[in-house]
Structure formats: structure tokens, C-alpha cells
Design a protein around this ligand. Structure first.
Ligand code: FMN
Length: 397
């Protein structure tokens, strides 16, 4: 089956997290160090809470890799939650029944799974709901995404992210696309513009002093994209739709934009197109465009341009200044419960976005070029690429 599938398991303060990645061809270099690098990037970012100082995430490869190469079987990944060993979590999150009384969490936080989750799953304690809905789970996604990234690397696809906005402070960008990647990677807020970086840090400090939280916007760019990932023929094969679902599934993402999707809505049609350049210059890629307002996707298919996706993050819902709430047991007025929390997570969300885009693209690339060994995939990939171009001389029935 030429499909890249994955699932995660694990609670925030449980024993650990798991990911299973299925469908990866054999022969792809996979290392724990490369996975750890992405996990480290997810943990970074100015505005994160104390939890990131407790955890130093490293995934252990449990299966699917031998002597540094994938063997075609499912890849199992395990991450230990270090915090589980601290301050009573072993008891509070014990899989076994425990003798002592555990104090339930009963104050409902708006903006979280607390209310709907307890009603849906029949709990009188928010703990079992908040533990799984926590963004701690995204560490497992990033580990699985690093596996997808290793596969994409074999066919020349690379992914990057940058922060566009935190709490209303925006990065001045000339058009779309990535700026200086080295500067982004060394920036605590993942921007290359130093003035914007300082303004964002000041904004986060200000929110922290006010006992408040912030949201913002991140951008993920995938480069080296071939033609024809996804398809126009059926709604659930459209690549833009698949990417939007993957991004919307990231905790706190409330809107997704592909390319100039939002700006294009208010432009006249004559200014919203990416003009196709003539096929007559050797230095141009096949079917090069003047611009990339479509963000590399037309009619649910990749068009050979960079894929550009933005995720819009709401402000973190656990607001330290304590918002009015109600209690789960009686529905009475209460003050919202505060558990150690992040102030702003936009830079980390960019890294999670890279993982999500990598997994959607890995799935679409396997669909199009699938094979059981990477050499077979590359051969299919090269064959297809050799057919891309003007159709003169091509026999059509
Ligand atoms: C990297 C990351 C870290 C997060 N950390 C927190 C946090 O510390 N506190 C919090 O209330 N929400 C945090 N969130 C957001 C919540 O997980 C999310 O808002 C909640 O699960 C409800 O889901 P929804 O916002 O997608 O509807 C974080 C999100 C991300 C992407």
C-alpha cells in the first residue's frame, strides 16, 4: 500500500508518548539524532513555560530501522515524559488503580477540551481529558514528521518555517517566501528580522507581566516540490484540503492560509494570478511562474512551485490572570484553574507545522511515486519528471 500513515498515543503527564509510522519505504537513513534535532526545535521559542526545561525530548527507535536504514516495516517511536517522575504524577497518572484519593480537576477552562470532553466521555474530573488534549502530544507528531522529512529529503523536498506575527507584531516581508534560514533558526522567535525579533520579545514580556497570553501566525514553506502531488478528481484527494486539515489539527490553530489566499480574496482577478512563463529559457524550471500567489497549489495539485502554508494560532487559553469560569460538579461560578502554561507558542507551532506538512507530502509522494524500496520510488520519480514539459512530440491517444 503506497500510503504514509501515522498515529500517536500518550498523555501529557503519563509515562510517555508513542508514534507509529507505517508505509515508509526501505533504504531511507533514519537516526535518533536527526529526530532529536526536530524535537529540540519544537521545544524552543521565547515564551514557552517551565515544562520545556524539564523535558529534553529524545525519541527511541523501537522498530522499523536496522543499522541506520528503514526496513519497510512500521517505525515505532517512544518518548519518555520526564515530568511523570515528578511531584506525584506517577500516582496521579498511574495506569493501575491507586489507594489514595486523587484531587480531581473540576474548574472548566474555556478554549480547552475540558467542558466538551468531560460531557462526551462521561468524566467528573477534567484530568483524563486535559492530559490528552495537551499540546505535549505534538512532540510525538514532530518525531513522526522527522521520519517523513527523511523520506522527502531523498526526492529533494525540504521544509522550513518562520514566524510571521506574534500578538500583533508582524515581520516585514517582501512578498512571500522564506528569508534568511540560518538567522531564523538561531532566533528565539524564529524570525530573521532583528527589529521584529526585539519587538516580539518585548510583546511577549509585556503579556507575561500582564498575566496574559498571545497568539500569532507562522508560515511553513516546502521547497523542491514536483508536479502532480494530490489530485483534482476527488474532494478527499485534493492536496490543499489535506494540508488544511493537517494544519487545523495542530492545537490552537484556528485558520489556515495557502499562498496569498486571504489577500487574493480582495484583489481583482487580474492581480491574483501567477503568470506562466514561456518554456524557452534553459535556466527556468519547467513551467516557471512570475509569482507564487497560489502557494504552489492549484486545483488540489502541486504545480512545481514552493508550497506555502500559514497557520493562525489563537492566544493560549490558560490565561494566568484567572478568568471567570464554572465548576464541573455543580455548574457554580468559579475562578479558572491555572496549571503551568506557555505565554506564546507560535515559533514551536511552526516546527509542528513543518512536521504536519512533511507527513501530508510524504503520503502524497508515496501515492504518486510509491515503491517498497527508496530506489524504486526515485526511479518512478525520475521517470515522471522526465515527462513534464510541453506536449509537442508526446503521443496522445
Ligand atoms: C506548542 C503548543 C503549546 C501549547 N501550550 C499550551 C499551554 O501551555 N497552555 C494552554 O492552555 N494551551 C496550550 N496550547 C494550546 C492548547 O493545546 C489548545 O488550545 C487546546 O488543546 C484546545 O484546542 P484548540 O485550541 O485547538 O481548540 C499549546 C499549543 C501548542 C501548539
Amino acid at each position: 500500500m503506497n500510503q504514509f500513515r501515522w498515529l500517536t498515543a500518550g498523555e501529557s503527564h503519563g509515562r510517555g508518548l508513542l508514534a507509529i509510522v507505517d508505509g515508509l519505504p526501505a533504504g531511507i537513513p533514519i537516526t535518533e539524532d536527526a529526530i532529536a534535532n526536530d524535537l529540540r526545535r519544537r521545544q524552543g521559542g521565547y515564551g514557552r513555560g517551565k515544562r520545556q526545561q524539564i523535558e529534553t525530548d529524545r525519541a527511541t527507535l523501537i522498530s522499523g530501522v536496522r543499522h541506520g536504514l528503514s526496513i519497510g516495516s512500521p517505525i515505532g517511536l517512544q518518548l519518555i515524559n520526564r515530568d511523570h517522575q515528578n511531584a506525584g504524577w506517577e500516582t496521579r497518572m498511574s495506569p493501575e488503580a491507586v489507594d489514595e484519593d486523587i484531587e480531581p480537576v473540576i474548574t472548566l477552562r474555556p478554549g480547552h477540551a475540558d467542558l466538551s470532553g468531560t460531557q462526551k466521555y462521561g468524566f467528573d474530573d477534567v484530568r483524563p481529558i486535559l492530559e490528552r488534549s495537551s499540546a505535549r502530544e505534538t512532540a510525538a507528531r514532530v518525531a513522526a514528521g522527522a521520519v517523513a522529512r527523511a523520506f522527502l529529503n531523498e526526492i529533494g523536498i525540504s521544509l522550513f518555517s518562520q514566524t510571521i506575527e506574534i500578538g500583533g507584531v508582524t515581520v516585514p516581508l517582501e512578498g512571500q517566501g522564506l528569508t534568511d534560514i540560518t538567522a531564523i533558526e538561531s532566533s528565539p522567535v524564529r524570525v530573521s528580522d532583528k527589529t521584529a525579533e526585539q519587538a516580539m520579545i518585548a510583546r511577549i514580556d509585556g503579556a507575561k507581566n500582564d498575566n496574559d497570553t498571545l497568539g500569532g501566525v507562522f508560515e511553513v514553506v516546502a521547497k523542491g516540490i514536483p508536479f502532480g502531488l494530490g489530485s483534482h478528481v476527488q474532494w478527499d484527494r485534493k492536496l490543499d484540503g489535506r494540508i488544511a486539515q493537517a494544519f487545523m489539527s495542530i492545537n490552537a490553530v484556528k485558520a489556515v492560509e495557502i499562498g496569498d489566499g486571504i489577500a487574493n480574496a480582495s484583489r481583482p482577478g487580474s492581480e491574483a494570478q501567477d503568470i506562466i512563463l514561456p518554456w524557452n529559457t534553459e535556466d527556468l524550471h519547467p513551467w516557471e511562474r512570475q509569482t507564487n500567489k497560489a502557494g504552489g497549489l492549484e486545483a488540489g495539485m502541486s504545480n512545481g512551485q514552493d508550497i506555502i502554508v500559514r497557520g493562525f494560532i489563537k492566544p493560549i487559553s490558560t490565561v494566568p490572570r484567572r478568568m471567570p469560569s464554572v465548576d464541573l460538579q455543580h455548574g457554580d461560578q468559579a475562578t479558572s484553574f491555572y496549571e503551568r502554561s506557555d505565554v506564546a507558542v507560535v515559533p514551536a507551532a511552526g516546527v509542528i507545522g513543518e512536521a504536519m506538512l512533511a507527513m501530508v507530502l510524504a503520503d502524497a509522494a508515496l501515492e504518486k511515486f510509491g515503491g517498497d524500496h527508496i530506489a524504486e520510488v526515485i526511479s518512478n520519480f525520475e521517470n515522471f519528471n522526465s515527462t513534464v514539459g510541453p506536449r509537442f512530440g508526446v503521443e496522445n491517444d
